[in-house]
Design a protein around this ligand. Structure first.
Ligand SMILES: Cc1ncc(COP(=O)(O)O)c(C=O)c1O
Length: 381
């Protein structure tokens, strides 16, 4: 049996209560980052077994390490060749909360730099942690996604204290190379700043690119943390368990010693599902990457045939395509598309004020993706 099983519309509506349940009948949901595929069998089995034995209790409140840390360390070694000390891995509720905690606890109160476009909830993080957000636009017309190091340097020289890096990048689909990360490190360390690296999409790198964890580059350990999770690659965001990976004991200890009330909301089923994903999910993940690679080729072909003026940089990771539809003349193409039967995420959610862009979720069946692009072309042209 194929490892990646497409959900029928009825199954998707029952399973993906936000993505499908909050979208009107007749419209194909291609917005929030969830996949229209059944959860990997080892994860479902582990979670069912936990429920059956009554493990819906508080999780073991180990503040670092444990079975979760060990499972992530083994996963990171197998998939990224990264050496992670399991004792330096801390649980947290989800990636957004982990980033917020790291900002709160580790960063100086000065401004946070956010490269644009940026995953929409990241836009509120500076404000709720009582700091300014300073935007760093990444040229939408450039041939590739490149953080402008001179502009980054100028922001840190002016007083920025933290860079919120997302890599691989949502929504740009870019995988930062080691050289790019080293360039970022050089700027940030020159100013004694910090990096919080949101690596939730690390396991979703597609053939042709390689995920380099920020903490694996030389000299990153003392100024950076990574926030990771199995939730995106294994489609289990509702289980609520992410991990903050630290590179040295001092950083780990600061995070581990915060009051419980500041970080205590991960769940026992999240821990169970995450360990199952990391320990028993490799075959499913390999099949997923193969499917997403096929979906990205299909998307390229469909756009070339039906929306030839759509522009897109190569999708190097994730199943989220950042599509520039400015040539079709709509400030907000997402509203036109929704009327035409496809729900995508509006580009201005990722970059307030930017017109003509959408984020399109391609983690669905080939038939649905074909119908999505057919409807997009009919609505826009
Ligand atoms: C870059 C990025 N960070 C964080 C998240 C959300 O993760 P969580 O549900 O663990 O907060 C997403 C979800 O798509 C994401 O793309």
């Amino acid at each position: 049996m194929a490892l990646i099983r497409d959900l029928t519309d009825d199954e998707a509506r029952a399973a993906l209560v936000n993505k499908w349940g909050d979208t009107e009948p007749g419209v194909i949901p291609a917005w929030v980052a969830e996949m229209d595929y059944a959860v990997a069998e080892p994860i479902t089995a582990a979670v069912i077994a936990a429920v059956e034995r009554g493990e819906v209790s508080y999780p073991l409140y180990l503040r670092s390490g444990g079975a979760l840390g060990a499972a992530y360390a083994r996963f990171a070694e197998r998939h990224y060749g990264e050496q992670v000390d399991p004792e330096r891995v801390l649980p947290t509720a989800d990636v957004t909360f982990g980033v917020r905690t790291a900002l709160d606890v580790l960063s100086d109160p000065g401004p946070m730099v956010l490269p644009l476009p940026a995953y929409d909830p990241q836009h509120g993080l500076a404000q709720i942690t009582h700091r300014e957000q300073w935007d760093l636009p990444v040229d939408p017309d450039g041939a590739s996604y490149v953080v402008d190091l001179d502009a980054l340097d100028a922001l840190f020289a002016k007083g920025a204290r933290t860079l919120l890096l997302t890599q691989p990048h949502n929504p740009a689909g870019h995988v930062h190379t080691r050289a790019e990360l080293e360039g970022i490190r050089d700027v940030v360390t020159r100013h004694g700043g910090r990096v919080i690296s949101d690596e939730i999409h690390g396991a979703l790198v597609l053939p042709g690119a390689e995920h380099v964890p920020y903490l694996s580059i030389e000299g990153a350990a003392d100024h950076a943390v990574a926030v990771v999770a199995a939730s995106k690659a294994f489609n289990i965001p509702g289980l609520k368990c992410a991990q903050i990976v630290t590179g040295d004991d001092a950083t780990r200890d600061v995070l581990r010693d915060i009051p419980m009330a500041q970080n205590e909301s991960w769940g026992s089923l999240g821990v169970v599902g995450t360990i199952a994903a990391y320990e028993q999910g490799d075959a499913w993940l390999a099949a997923l990457i193969e499917r997403l690679d096929q979906q990205r080729s299909l998307l390229r072909q469909l756009l070339a045939e039906q929306l030839p003026d759509a522009r897109m940089r190569p999708l190097e990771a994730t199943y989220l395509a950042w599509v520039d539809l400015r040539a079709y003349g709509h400030d907000d193409p997402s509203t036109v598309l929704r009327r035409g039967g496809v729900r995508v995420s509006p580009g201005h959610g990722y970059w307030p004020g930017l017109t003509g862009h959408v984020r399109l979720n391609i983690a669905t069946s080939p038939d649905r993706l074909t119908e999505i692009v057919r409807r997009m072309a009919a609505a826009l042209t």
